[in-house]
Design a protein around this ligand. Sequence first.
Ligand code: EPZ
Length: 420
Amino acid sequence: MDKLIINGGTPLHGQIQASGAKNAVLPIMAATLLAEGIFHIHNVPDLRDVKTMAYLLRIIGAKVDYEHNTLTIDTSNCSFFEAPYELVKTMRASIYVLGPLLARFGEAKVSLPGGCAIGARPVDLHLKGLSKLGACVVLEKGYIQASANQMAGCTINLDVPSVGATGNLLMAAVLTTGETTISNAAREPDVVALAEFLVKMGARIEGIGTAVLKIKGAAKLNAVDFEIVPDRIEAGTFMIAAAITGGEVEITKCNPRHVDSLTAKLREAGVLVEEGKESITCKSTRQRPLPVNITTSEYPGFPTDLQAQWMALMCLAGGSSIITDTIFFDRFTHTAELRRLGAKIELNENTAFVGGVESLNGAPVMSTDLRASACLVLAGLAARGCTEVHRIYHLDRGYERIEAKLKKLGADISRQDGGL
Ligand code: EPZ
């Protein structure tokens, strides 16, 4: 398995361009199943998860080509309505085909996603909502067997503003007769992008970007072209890279509004953040960042997907900080690896108490999930000496050419084929 070799200590300087958002492109790829025709989707990042979703769409019968960050998807001949365990176990987002398959074909068989390094990750809200719309949902031998002869619009109240459940139910509702209301809906930019894609296809959705979505079912939707929004989590990761290495980095082709919560915290930590129309520049102004507490919450709160990266930064702060994750209580597997680099962190349930240290020292560390990998890369960039980040297949799921982008900023980083 591949690993990254990082010789830390170099302040990063320069400019990189954000790629398209992984968490927007995955549901949008699934949403193409709602219409028959040829879609061209632009600004699609070259990621493992995109390849996995493309593979799943091909299993269902779509033709999928990918070239120069554009996906061409032809859904004219879909005829197999199953997402197999072998595939779903590698990517939880496969669950996104459930809503579209039910809405367009009236049947779907999707493997239950297993747990992962950041917790159990149930799908009960997806299934409850689909049942409320009139689908018959049965769990059998690890699979969700769903069928729907005639779904009807209704009101769905989500217990938590789940990104996945909001997306799945939105995709089920757009072809469902009558009016559906989804309240306590997720407001993440990825959900907004999905809703905008569906509207461009001919769906009738009101309240986009708010916690109450009202959908009037359409008889038919159309294949369209679309451009994926910039990845706010990638942009945030590079903002923190500038801060942790004591450098100055401009991230272009991004939406500064989407990282407001991180910008506020970086400014509190003493980092200079300048916002352009479609760019953001982060400049370190202190030897060590000031300690700043965070508690993750749903958008527009501080994103759980930047919690691990923030922890890396706080490991080097000039004081102690507290990091609480209210979205995923188990999302702290990066803590043990950071301690191997010399970090001082105590855990209590879903709260980490981080004691800032003067410096971290390079060592071999192991990735456990996508954002933990990013955290360890950031820590390695700041640590003295050499850090090896192992199992970086996690990283390749969600960051396009990350070592090339970091090299462009002056990082001493290289990928080594791990052989086995
Ligand atoms: C999406 O996951 C993202 N993944 C995650 O990003 C992100 O961390 C998460 O949203 C939160 O923002 C994609 O978009 C592909 P949720 P999702 O449903 O949809 C509970 C990354 O690093 N819940 O919003 O799975 C759940 O347990 C990934 O890019 C239920 O209880 O997240 C969690 O506590 C990691 N029942 C909370 O809701 C359900 O049916 C939020 O989960 C569904 C969710």
